[in-house]
Every structure is written in structure tokens, then in C-alpha cells.
Design a binder for this molecule. Structure first.
Ligand code: ZN
Ligand code: FE
Ligand code: FE
Ligand code: ZN
Length: 263
């Protein structure tokens, strides 16, 4: 299954809902989970997310497609940016819809879109260790918020290949403890393979530790084009097994079940 695909609703992805379903069928996937960007409440940017008034249309589109399509399971998810002060309002807006899972993500550090190539320059005058610390602080807050079933691309902060001088083992460990206690499922995302860092989120040492803390995982491509659906999942499954995982989590109506990883 691929639990993280976008659509043209977000303004920076190509392809409509049905194009992604077709791509998933061609890849032989058994499930596809739409996980487009939830509206940013404090700023309207049609190149980043759908507008609030588009949310009902996104939901209806996915649900209609589910009714029309027999050969594949279609899930309704959404990728929500974590902003500490907005989560009550967001929870209220999400309540109205029958999501199968809610995916949390951190794409902003105190207003800086650190994974946005438009603001890449900021890295030049930032202390990378502090950037990593702030990212993981917010990520842990997101886990503790209780709003999310899944946490997307757990070490997104490595996207452009800026790593702290020493492996951030302490940050990983602290995060793993919070992840275990929160019950939030971690997303293994192949999107990093298509980015400057050139590796899956999370990194292997991080994933090994998550497994040691018995944190469950799910799988996503973060496709922004139908051709990216299920991208490099063979690599992801190899990595998962190497890290000690034998099963991944599937969702339905916010309930989970475990599926064995094929060897
Ligand atoms: Zn996106
Ligand atoms: Fe994301
Ligand atoms: Fe995404
Ligand atoms: Zn994403």
C-alpha cells in the first residue's frame, strides 16, 4: 500500500485523484491512501495547500472514487502541518469528515519553511545542530498532541543533506521514547530518495532504533505525480526488514491492523 499521495488540490502536485488510483492499480498495489495537504490556517498559499473551502470537495472526491472503484482499497487521509497554537481549531475542522487516518508533519520551524527550496538560503546562516533540535522538539510535540495516527517523513530535516557534525543519537532516542508512548505510527517514506539527501526517511540507524522501541510503521511515497506512486517500495521493504521490521500497519476508519512484510 501507499499511504501518502498528493493531488492537484494542493497546487504543487500533478494529476487528479483518478490518475493516482490508476497508477496504483498499474503498480499492483492493494491500497492507496490520499494524504493531501490540509489548508494552512494562518496563510493562504495556493501553491502549498488546498483552500479551506476545497476540503469538502477533496473528501467527496476520494469517497466517490472509493464507491466507483472495485479493484483497490481507497483510503481517506490528510497531511496536517503541526502548528502548536492551531491544533484545537484544526481538530474541530477535521471532525466533520470520515478520515481513515490523520498524518502529522513538521514543515515549518517557527515560520521558516525549512523543506521548501525557496528558503534554502536560510541554512547558510543557521546552526545546523539547533535546526535539528528545533525540528525534533516540534516533532515530539506533534506526537504528544494526540491528534495524529501517523507521523510523516520522521527526519525530514535532513532533506537537503545538512546533518549535524555528530550523529544525533540522543535526539533519535528521545524521539523514539515519545513515539513509543504516543502510539503514533511512523511513516517510512521513499520521497527522500528523490531529494538531495538521496535516502529514505527515516535513516537506517534511526529506523533500527524505532524498531528497538517497537514503534510501528507504515509506508508512503509522498507522490506529487502519479508516476511516483509506490516509488522504490522494493528498497523500502528491504530497509524495513534489515531494521528488524516484520510487519507494517494498515488503517481503516482510524483503526489499525498489521500486515506481514513480504520477504
Ligand atoms: Zn506537497
Ligand atoms: Fe510533508
Ligand atoms: Fe506529503
Ligand atoms: Zn510530505
Amino acid at each position: 500500500m501507499d499511504y501518502h499521495v498528493h493531488t492537484a488540490f494542493c497546487g504543487h502536485a500533478g494529476g487528479m485523484l483518478e490518475d493516482y488510483v490508476r497508477a496504483a492499480l498499474e503498480k499492483g498495489l492493494s491500497e492507496i491512501g490520499f494524504c493531501d495537504h490540509f489548508p494552512l490556517l494562518h496563510m493562504r498559499d495556493p501553491s502549498l495547500t488546498m483552500a479551506p473551502e476545497e476540503l469538502p470537495r477533496y473528501v467527496e472526491g476520494v469517497l466517490r472514487l472509493r464507491e466507483e472503484t472495485g479493484d483497490i482499497k481507497i483510503l481517506l487521509g490528510i497531511e496536517v502541518d503541526f502548528f502548536p497554537s492551531q491544533m484545537d481549531e484544526v481538530a474541530g475542522l477535521l471532525e466533520a469528515y470520515p478520515f481513515d487516518y490523520l498524518t502529522g508533519a513538521v514543515h515549518f520551524l517557527d515560520g521558516w519553511g525549512f523543506d521548501d527550496p525557496r528558503y534554502l538560503e536560510e541554512y547558510r546562516w543557521k546552526d545546523i545542530s539547533l535546526v535539528w533540535e528545533r525540528y525534533f522538539q516540534l516533532a515530539m510535540e506533534a506526537l504528544k498532541s494526540g491528534l495524529f495516527d501517523v507521523f510523516a517523513h520522521p527526519d525530514l530535516v535532513k532533506k537537503f543533506g545538512f546533518f549535524p557534525p555528530d550523529p544525533p543519537i540522543d535526539l533519535y532516542r528521545e524521539f523514539c521514547e515519545v513515539a513509543r508512548d504516543s502510539g503514533v505510527v511512523m511513516e517510512v517514506s521513499t520521497a527522500g530518495l528523490r531529494k538531495p539527501v538521496g535516502e529514505i526517511y527515516p535513516s537506517e540507524d534511526f529506523l533500527v532504533m524505532l524498531n528497538r522501541f517497537q514503534v510501528p510503521v507504515t509506508l508512503g511515497s509522498d507522490a506529487h505525480h502519479p508516476s511516483e506512486v509506490g516509488h522504490a517500495f522494493d528498497q523500502a521493504l528491504v530497509l524495513l526488514r534489515r531494521a528488524g521490521y516484520r510487519e507494517i500497519v494498515a488503517f481503516e476508519g482510524r483503526d489499525r491492523r498489521s500486515i506481514p512484510i513480504p520477504s
